[in-house]
Design a protein around this ligand. Structure first.
Ligand SMILES: CC(C)CCC[C@@H](C)[C@H]1CC[C@H]2[C@@H]3CC=C4C[C@@H](O)CC[C@]4(C)[C@H]3CC[C@]12C
Length: 546
């Protein structure tokens, strides 16, 4: 029996059922009546209960116990390890389903307890019933919060996507062979996020990096890295809208130090070809990447081949890794429902020594091995002597499991392994309720474009066409988009004119990144000036791009 199970039983509750919570039959009947009664006076209740059920569904293997007013969340042993920063992840999961302000999370010696803080008396009542339903017991829900504790209160959704049908084919049929970023497209196919914001979503499952940062075994660390790289594709399974192509000099900051433990800054450092540079930091790790892509539109489908490299460094273990992203294919451009696939081989290599250990991951394309293999990811971690040490299996849209290799048999060309037990290194959080109405955005994604005071004037959140689009004003947005693109072209023309007249005109100089040629592949790296500039609001060097 795991310790959590023991704890559960000690308190006189039995283990979880399918929905993660055991509801005593008789009790739930009377509670159901109670709910119906309350519902009459509180039409909102059903919504809360729906949210609650969805929340619980997401945690099938976990435990919920109500004890003296505190709803405790227990992890079984294997996950306790995986979620050493569980409070954050837990909070993240909860934020997906309920207003961020209704929760505060505390981490007490191994167990994770969360208290529910209601914003109003009505909401408090609602939670009492919801919790009673989930588990019989006396519940005490804290009274309305005076001020929101820790972290600020963030929005949890964006306006619904309006329905203005337009045929994609009618727009792109004359563009076969062209690059996606060069095809002029109305916002009807967009999502209300810039590519800078979309790339920031790579850190949605940053808790995997926190776990990896504590791995003493480099090969195990690499296995977690595999899970992390796969997790960044989760959203692409149902997000088939085009992010806004950032303007040259556009930036995006995302400071989630207070609740998620990281902050990220991104800048569009080149327009032709479009290149974005990102830098994300936390106390346990640092990540940076340069992203650029080539894309080919081939008629029925379109392929995006990302160029550029992503890096991670773990100060605690002194390790650094790098990898390149795999090819994304967007299918059914002409007819049918659009769908996205990932394919290719990804090598996560030791950035300190090329002879070091590495992880080889294969994103298996659809149709290769039939339906059961859809979206599957398989891989192996090799140590510096090329011996297999960990196996990785799973899918990029659901979960990744990892297991240590105990013995290798067979021939070098056709090895077979016996492994220890597989553990879940990453599991996707369930989609927020009704997200299909708003571009299938996750809660984090919704919060990325939330207006915020004090950010740079070049921040994606100030981009007017993107804001109008989010608000559903697509005609106005399309007009603005044309204006901004024209403004960008005008700046470029002036530069070209000057060059023609023999003036020496330097290329655009990024404000927050510098081009580094030290390594064999030149790339833009962070110059560590952004957050300092933010504290003093020194934005005078920012270009006027909107
Ligand atoms: C014609 C229109 C509708 C096509 C839309 C294409 C969209 C869905 C494609 C174009 C470029 C793609 C992105 C390319 C690279 C990455 C980086 C990776 O770390 C996560 C996925 C992500 C972010 C892809 C998501 C899907 C994407 C945004």
């Amino acid at each position: 029996m795991s310790s959590s199970e023991a704890a559960t039983q000690q308190r006189g509750h039995s283990s979880t059922s399918q929905t993660g919570v055991n509801v005593d039959g008789n009790k739930s009947k009377s509670l159901a009546q109670k709910v119906r009664k309350r519902e009459k006076s509180q039409p909102n209740l059903q919504g809360y209960l729906q949210k609650w059920t969805n929340l619980v569904k997401g945690f099938q293997r976990r435990w919920f116990v109500l004890d003296q007013g505190v709803l405790s969340y227990y992890l079984d042993q294997s996950e306790a390890h995986q979620q050493s920063r569980g409070s954050i992840r837990l909070k993240g999961a909860l934020i997906e389903h309920v207003d961020a302000c209704t929760f505060s999370v505390t981490n007490s010696s191994g167990d994770l307890n969360f208290r529910i803080k209601a914003a109003s008396e009505a909401e408090r009542q609602t939670w009492i019933v919801a919790l009673e339903l989930a588990k019989a017991g006396t519940v005490e829900v804290a009274s309305p919060a005076k001020s929101s504790e820790g972290g600020r209160c963030r929005r949890t959704r964006v306006p619904d996507k309006p329905n203005y049908p337009l045929s994609l084919w009618s727009i792109v049929k004359n563009c076969i062979g062209k690059d996606l970023t060069k095809i002029p497209m109305p916002v009807n196919f967009n999502e209300p996020l810039s590519m800078l914001q979309r790339l920031t979503e790579d850190y949605e499952y940053s808790d995997i990096l926190d776990v990896a940062s504590n791995c003493e075994d480099e090969c195990e660390q690499l296995a977690y890295m595999a899970a992390f790289t796969a997790s960044s594709y989760a959203t692409s399974s149902n997000r088939i809208n085009k992010p806004f192509n950032p303007l040259l000099g556009e930036t995006f900051e995302c400071d989630r130090m207070d609740d998620l433990g990281w902050r990220c800054i991104a800048e569009q450092v080149s327009h032709h070809p479009p290149i974005a540079a990102l830098h994300c930091e936390s106390k346990n790790w640092q990540c940076w990447q340069e992203f650029t892509m080539t894309s080919k539109f081939r008629g029925k489908y379109m392929q995006v081949i990302p160029l550029g490299t992503a890096f991670v460094s773990f100060p605690k273990t002194g390790t650094r890794y790098s990898w390149r992203k795999v090819t994304t294919t967007i299918n059914n451009i002409i007819v049918g429902k659009l769908w996205v696939d990932q394919e290719g081989e990804m090598e996560i290599v030791d950035a300190n020594s090329p002879q070091g250990s590495k992880c080889i991951l294969t994103y298996v394309p659809y149709s290769y091995f039939g339906r059961e293999q859809q979206r599957s990811v398989k891989g192996v971690v090799l140590n510096r002597h090329k011996q297999a040490k960990w196996l990785i299996r799973g899918t990029w849209d659901e979960q990744i499991e990892i297991a240590p290799v105990l013995r290798t048999q067979g021939t070098p060309d056709n090895p077979s392994y016996s492994t220890g037990a597989y553990k879940v290194a990453w599991r996707r959080r369930p989609a927020p309720v009704e997200s299909e109405k708003y571009y299938n955005l996750t809660t984090l994604a919704c919060q990325l474009n939330e207006p915020e005071d004090g950010v740079a004037p070049t921040d994606s959140r100030h981009r007017p066409d993107q804001r109008l689009m989010e608000q559903g004003l697509w005609d106005e947005s399309n007009q603005e988009k044309l204006r901004l693109e024209e403004k960008q072209r005008a700046v470029r023309r002036v530069r070209e004119e000057k060059a023609k007249q023999g003036f020496k005109v330097p290329d655009y100089q990024p404000l927050w990144f510098k081009r580094e040629n030290a390594s064999e592949n030149a790339m833009h790296v962070y110059n560590h000036k952004y957050w300092e500039a933010k504290t003093t609001q020194s934005w005078s060097d920012c270009p006027d791009i909107y």
